[in-house]
Write a protein that binds this ligand. Structure first.
Ligand SMILES: CC(=O)N[C@@H](CCC[C@H](N)C(=O)O)C(=O)O
Length: 375
């Protein structure tokens, strides 16, 4: 019997969890897998992730397909009748669809096995702190190390039935940045007796943006986004402390190094100017997603000639994805899947079209069959 994939997506949508805490999600995936015929299915768990291997009929190699699993710390504002049941968390980056597609593919391939082994990776913590790197190093992954690897990511801006990718760089290098400023709090009426961290912070945010505007070659794209800023406790108390959290994105590793050095200098300058202590901490960083040229070209040519889906050769984007770590070691590629919604990734109102699930399953069941069959 065919699984109700729409219901599966809705169930998963209701249980978004932080990275490496995807306990309900892992349980849900394992219980789905238990309901399938077991003769070709092998399972391993790794932390909150799951590795599923479907034994090939005449295996020469292993072809992998990876999905991410975690939600985002956002309060959902959709009108969906199946909103998140985990307060303050939401699947706002499509990982609920990504997992559903992977489960649909597993269901397909246990009933229609191919020659090669197929490995499905449910990887935790893509939004942070990053599950790909430690998964790659794990014994569980090394035991079934694949020869090729594929993944997709939903794309709000493209219509359903559209697939977008490019050979070479697809997503950016990323680096999380955390800055703490410690000054001296005081009464709002006595600024000369305090060291105000709200004023220091507003200068800091502005100065960080000048790195992109004034230090980076305009032809080499880069971004600094400060996504979280906290300072102070009350309108009439001068804030003695501030905390900024952000992310840096670059297309080149040289620009990333330059930006990191400039951030250090600017924080030192703020310390001098505002008589405060600045502590800069680097969080997790992801390498770029660099699609294998030949495999990507083959995927694009095949999609154009063998399907009715629209294939777009897109520009690179400054999104980040720790799938890049897989591609550093294993030939493969990632592509965007159109889900047609006016709200972007990470928006609390994003409502990706569920019609994209069957598109992805049709596309990838056929493509993985093509790749994993003896010619
Ligand atoms: C596809 C996507 O939205 N990925 C995330 C990856 C986050 C990387 C890391 N936590 C950071 O913020 O630098 C993205 O924000 O692009």
């Amino acid at each position: 019997m065919k699984p109700d994939l729409i219901q599966i997506r809705r169930d998963l949508h209701q249980i978004p969890e932080p990275g490496f805490e995807e306990f309900q999600t892992q349980k849900y995936i394992l219980s789905f897998l238990e309901s399938l015929p077991q003769d070709r299915l092998e399972l391993q768990t790794w932390r909150t992730g799951v590795l599923v291997r479907i034994t090939g009929k005449n295996p020469r190699q292993t072809i992998a397909y990876r999905t991410d699993m975690d939600g985002l710390p956002l309060t959902e504002q959709t009108t969906l009748p199946f909103p998140s049941r985990n307060p303050g968390y939401m699947h706002a980056c499509g990982h609920d669809l990504h997992m559903t597609i992977a489960l649909g593919l597993i269901h397909h391939f246990v009933h229609h096995p191919v020659d090669d082994h197929l490995l499905f990776l449910f990887q935790p913590a893509e939004e942070g702190p990053g599950g790909a790197e430690p998964l790659l190093q794990s014994d569980e992954f090394q035991r079934w190390k694949p020869d090729q690897i594929y993944a997709l990511h939903i794309a709000p801006e493209h219509p359903v039935g559209t697939v977008a990718t490019r050979p070479g760089i697809l997503f950016a290098n990323t680096q999380e940045i955390f800055i703490q400023l410690q000054g001296k709090s005081g009464h709002a009426a006595y600024p000369h007796l305090a060291h105000d961290m709200v004023v220091a912070t507003s200068q800091l945010v502005g100065q960080l943006q000048t790195i992109i505007a004034r230090n980076i070659n305009p032809l080499d794209s880069a971004i600094i986004t400060i996504g979280k800023l906290h300072a102070g406790t009350k309108e009439n108390i001068i804030a003695g402390e501030a905390l900024l959290e952000g992310t840096i994105r670059t297309l080149s590793t040289e620009s990333m190094e330059l930006i990191k050095k400039r951030c250090q200098s600017i924080v030192q300058g703020i310390e001098e100017s505002f008589q405060c202590k600045g502590t800069l901490t680097w969080g997790s960083n992801y390498c770029q997603v660099y699609n294998h040229h030949r495999l990507t070209q083959e995927f694009m040519d095949w999609t154009r000639s063998e399907t009715n889906f629209q294939l777009i050769e897109c520009q690179e984007a400054l999104t980040g994805e720790d799938f890049g770590y897989f591609l550093e070691q294993i030939p493969g590629m990632m592509f965007w899947l159109g889900v047609d919604t006016p709200y972007g990734l990470h928006h609390p109102q994003i409502e990706p079209s569920e019609d994209a699930i069957s598109v992805a399953i049709e596309l990838m069941s056929r493509y993985l069959t093509h790749v994993a069959s003896s010619k």
